[in-house]
Ligand binder design. Structure first.
Ligand code: ADP
Ligand code: TRP
Length: 325
């Protein structure tokens, strides 16, 4: 059975772009292979230096995934930092990683351009990511488009290692989620935390309603026909409503006579109802954090067994003594 592995950044509350772009595909994939999903808390340290916030975010993303249907019996779900030997592999890989490979990384250059300070961790981020992937002998790594280059770097590092030390590491196949359409934000740009245009999956009712009512629209008067093709409301509605409901809304747009406010109310209703079961589940889980912790512990035990096997091979390949001698 193929092993799917992916890392999730613990970056605070998730929005519906994350849901359709990452969370739902991950939950669907758990049926198809041996899924390893981890919360990338070591990676988060490159941009988040607030211990309270980090702890809160890790728990929050664990709750989000479990509430949205991640099945702890099917998926090996764990915290990256519960397997600290991934940092040992990172070091060994870094000794075969050409500087030029990292210097060409877009995500590093983008982060610097956005004003983050150029730390070694930020620069070495792709090496840690390569270690995540190679440590667990992943076959397929499903990620968003933005991570494509990181996967190429991973394959380059693994190939380089194998070239020097002989065949040891398994080269992963990327699976880029191109089929997932970009979910638009309240202003029509890509929905993203960094643009402040998000609809959070688990926002309280009042706050979410207010945000939906704040979706940007043009100034077509109530009675006039409206263009459904360019409407953010229709694009978002499509994600949640049935094809019949979408048809009804687009027809009504073309006929005129209804204001945008009314459509926003309809959008809010489907959005709110869609996440109702997940919200309930999340409240239950929040009341039982011991259970959530036990899921992560169980995941870590499984992940550790695989990690030890790979590290034994890697240590032997490079000439380090066996850790368990
Ligand atoms: P943000 O842009 O809010 O910082 P992230 O970059 O942390 O979001 O996204 C995590 C994952 O969620 C991405 O790899 C991507 O697959 C998915 N994602 C984020 N925003 C969207 C969106 N607007 N539409 C579709 N998928 C998205
Ligand atoms: N860099 C990824 C992101 O920002 C998260 C990540 C860390 C990851 N390690 C990984 C993804 C390993 C896939 C495989 O989304």
């Amino acid at each position: 059975m193929a092993r799917y592995l992916t890392g999730i950044q613990p970056s605070g509350t998730l929005h519906i772009g994350n849901y359709f772009g990452a969370l739902r595909p991950a939950v669907e994939l758990q049926e198809q292979g041996d899924a390893f999903y981890f919360i990338a808390d070591y990676h988060a340290l490159t941009t988040l230096q607030n211990p309270e916030e980090l702890r809160r975010n890790v728990m929050s993303v664990a709750l989000d995934f479990l509430a949205c249907g991640l099945d702890a019996d099917k998926v090996c779900f764990f915290r990256q930092s519960d397997i600290p030997i991934v940092t040992e592999l990172t070091w060994i890989l870094s000794t075969v990683t050409p500087m030029g490979l990292l210097e060409r990384a877009h995500s590093y250059k983008d982060k610097i351009a956005r004003g983050l300070s150029a730390s070694h961790g930020l620069f070495a981020y792709p090496v840690l990511m390569a270690a995540d992937i190679l440590l667990y002998e992943s076959d397929v790594v499903p990620v968003g488009q933005d991570q494509k280059q990181h996967l190429e770097i991973t394959r380059d590092i693994a190939a380089k290692f194998n070239e020097i030390y002989g065949p040891t590491l398994k080269l992963p196949e990327p699976r880029i989620r191109e089929e997932v359409a970009t979910v638009p934000g309240l202003d029509g740009q890509k929905m993203s935390k960094s643009y402040g245009n998000t609809l959070e999956i688990f926002a309280p009712e009042k706050a979410l309603r207010k945000k939906v009512m704040g979706i940007v629209t043009d100034s077509t008067p109530v009675e006039a026909p409206k263009d459904p093709a360019n409407s953010i409301i229709v694009q978002l509605y499509r994600l949640f409503a049935s094809p019949e409901e979408v048809d009804a809304m687009t027809q009504s747009f073309r006929s005129g006579g209804t204001g945008y406010g009314e459509y926003k109310k309809q959008l809010f209703e489907v959005l709110w109802n869609t996440f109702e079961p997940m919200r309930k589940k999340r409240v239950e889980l929040e009341a039982d954090l011991g259970y959530v912790e036990s899921v992560l512990q169980r995941g870590a035990e499984r992940a550790l067994a695989t990690a030890h096997q790979t590290m034994a091979k890697v240590r032997a390949a490079v000439g380090l003594l066996d850790f368990h001698r």
